[in-house]
Design a protein around this ligand. Sequence first.
Ligand code: MLT
Length: 262
Amino acid sequence: MPEIEIRGTTLHYQERGRGTALLLLHGFPLDLRMWRQQLDDLSSNHRVIAMDLRGFGRSRSTESFTIDSLADDVAAFIEQLSLRACVVGGLSMGGYVLQSLALRRPELLRGMILIDTRAEGDDATGKANRQKMIDLVRLQGPKPIADQMLPKLLAEGAAEPRPQLVTEVRAMAEACPARTIEHALIALRDRADRIADLPSISLPTLILVGELDAITPPAQAQNMHRAINGSKLIVIPNAGHMAPLEQPEPVNAAIRELIQKI
Ligand code: MLT
């Protein structure tokens, strides 16, 4: 797997195909393997790149980070790989990173795809839940975090016919180092609320959400859609929080359509 030195750490990525560059940012506590169906399918006419964010997957790092510092990593990654003006897609935490990037470095992007994500920050209950998870991972490591998150990541109906999805997502979550989970939970808890900033974005924007997404439900996707002028919102039937894995066909078709238009 190729790797690149970025801002004092080594980031790993996978790349396939040629054409317009599409960079994909994974969610928490996952890694670039969640994009396998986009790497396989969309690479027939695009250059698809999926990266492991700092601390995740093979991009091992014990340093703490914030959503904005992860966005700075992504900006440096785009510049170093000369992907300037690429389309970037981010799922959930990857979508928070993407919003930070789009607001601070819009010149690096040609379009953005916000998938199963939201612009609102954590409320008091959300922050308290993050703290409980931080305490849990410090005491017991990644397994109970995976146990807690799994039922919320995949929609029951969508995962049932494909039990390998459950195995796949569990394997990613359990492989995430405890230190990274702790750093990510702090970054997620302390992230900015972006709702008021979104109207300043003028990039072509596609918003995708699983109709059964239990973590970032369609109502939150609607809020981003209302705030980003000219954005397109598509609700993916029979998908939860992992729409690109659960329902790759409609997700990939929507991504292709966005890229063709820009
Ligand atoms: C994710 O999927 O990246 C996380 O669930 C996001 C979050 O917990 O806010």
